[in-house]
Design a protein around this ligand. Sequence first.
Ligand code: MN
Length: 324
Amino acid sequence: MYKRIVTHADFDGIVSAAICSRSLGVNFFVFTQPRLVAEARISITKEDVVCDLPYPLECGLWFDHHDGNLEELQYRNILIKDIPGKFEVRDSCARVVYDYFKEKEDMPDFLEETIREADVIDSFNYESIDDWRRETPGKIIDASIKVKEPSAERKWEHLRNLVRQLQDRPIEEVAKMASVRKRYRQYREEEERMIEQIREEIDFLPQDAKRQVILLDLTHHNRRPFLFKQLAYLEHPEALAVLQVGNVFENDTKTNNLTFSMSLSLNFNKVEHNKDIGDIMRALNLGSGHPGAAAGSVVCNSKEEMLKTKKKMLDEIYDRFMKQ
Ligand SMILES: [Mn+2]
């Protein structure tokens, strides 16, 4: 009935695909990014199962957990009840997929721990910076997914292998595989270099006298920079959020379009708060996301417009964030 599983090329997408593959017996995988689906640049049909991605033009089954993707359906006048699959705002898509199939069949106990890790990793729901830095099987596998690969084909091969392994074995065992350990070690080396680089990029808006929102402005790079903004907290553990802006790259060519992403400090996990970064991205028509992390982009037609828009958007995001 279903021929392919089209999933997000991240840890949550991989775990979601593993559960779908186990329950549906589908073994052909396509790994992609939300933007390519939103822009309908990847062809998806009724024979596809889609996980952790925006709803495409059509598909066989859709599983997702992103608030913003639900809102998008409303704009398109599509009713969630008419879509086969399951949508629920949860910490991970893996959780949504797991709940869906658990109602229909028995699941092996070891999957509980895999899903628990997917929840924490996908929502970046760590109790503290120390908790975030602590090694766990899920984080080791996540790093092995994020590491730079010599080719897209090599990356897909690794992702396919993970999808197969995670459906049959406990996550601790998968994390011990040589192909995972090797990539994890590479990731740690890359991360060391990233921490160095981030130290040089860290900035604050002039109005941010208390230095509460770490700004990473990557627009001066002519080649696509490769870093994880959360690493900035190692340098400023007291900051409230990290806000990153950079250019959109099309086939390794820098465009004037801008991409923004922001995430809330882990320190907010310990207290009650009203911050919702996803809301800010939606209100500014940039994109969407969760309360704790969101991203978006804006089209600019010239370098001049890009610089103007950058300043305007950074000021807006900062203002709205501080007022929440
Ligand atoms: Mn997800």
